[in-house]
Ligand binder design. Structure first.
Ligand code: 3PG
Length: 209
């Protein structure tokens, strides 16, 4: 489980958090991100299209890592797995989710924002976490502080991270990847400006290189 989630994080420094409002957008949007150099994508289950979008993008982009985000219960975890999600991201942790994930082919990146939540995952062998909501939960300073008691834990901060602040997080030794919705701005997606999506991805990757 751990090796597999580590490979996902190691594959990309940026992870777009994608919410699909119109199913027809899923493949062209993710193709545009891929063309801009993005190799790992989180498609959230925040809309009714999430599961089907994962299925379609997996088929269309066999060389990308496609995961399910905003998974909040085991039932959704199962649906994400069935759709072909290669990893699962949750905004927080429950014992049920942490236990179930260890039996799943799709590894979990569990969301935490406190030391207690970290301890819950830590005890079960988790060392890779999403730090959410990163900006309001203390930003880079909180992650630096977690490095004390949890020296071998690594994080993907999301929630309020922007193109301008991605670098501050990635400069930390315990941050492998940062995530967020800034890579797929709502207005750009609404006008289906896929060239612009590719450009934002390329520029964001170039900012952090
Ligand atoms: C998430 O689920 O990771 C966040 O909603 C992404 O946060 P952002 O929209 O502030 O980037």
């Amino acid at each position: 489980h751990r090796d597999r989630i580590r490979s996902v994080l190691a594959a990309s420094r940026l992870m777009p958090v994608i919410t699909i409002k119109h199913l027809d957008d899923a493949v062209p949007l993710c193709q545009a991100l891929f063309d801009g150099g993005i190799r790992v994508m989180e498609i959230t289950l925040r809309t009714e299209h999430g599961v089907e979008a994962i299925k379609q993008v997996r088929e269309a982009l066999p060389d990308a890592w496609v995961g399910a985000g905003t998974v909040t219960c085991v039932d959704q975890y199962r649906k994400a797995e069935t759709a072909g999600a290669q990893f699962v991201v949750t905004p927080g942790v429950t014992k049920a989710l942490l236990d179930f994930a260890l039996t799943s082919e799709a590894p979990l990146l569990p969301g935490v924002s406190t030391a207690s939540e970290l301890l819950l995952g830590y005890g079960l062998g988790y060392r890779e976490f999403k730090f959410f909501p990163a900006e309001v939960a203390g930003g880079p300073r909180a992650l630096k502080a977690f490095g004390g008691p949890f020296p071998d834990a690594v994080f993907c901060p999301t929630g309020g991270v922007r193109r301008e602040t991605a670098k501050d997080y990635l400069a930390l030794g315990n941050v492998l990847t940062v995530g967020g919705s800034w890579l797929t701005p709502e207005d750009v997606v609404a006008r289906k400006d896929w060239a612009q999506v590719t450009e934002i991805a390329r520029a964001s990757l170039s900012d952090i290189s």
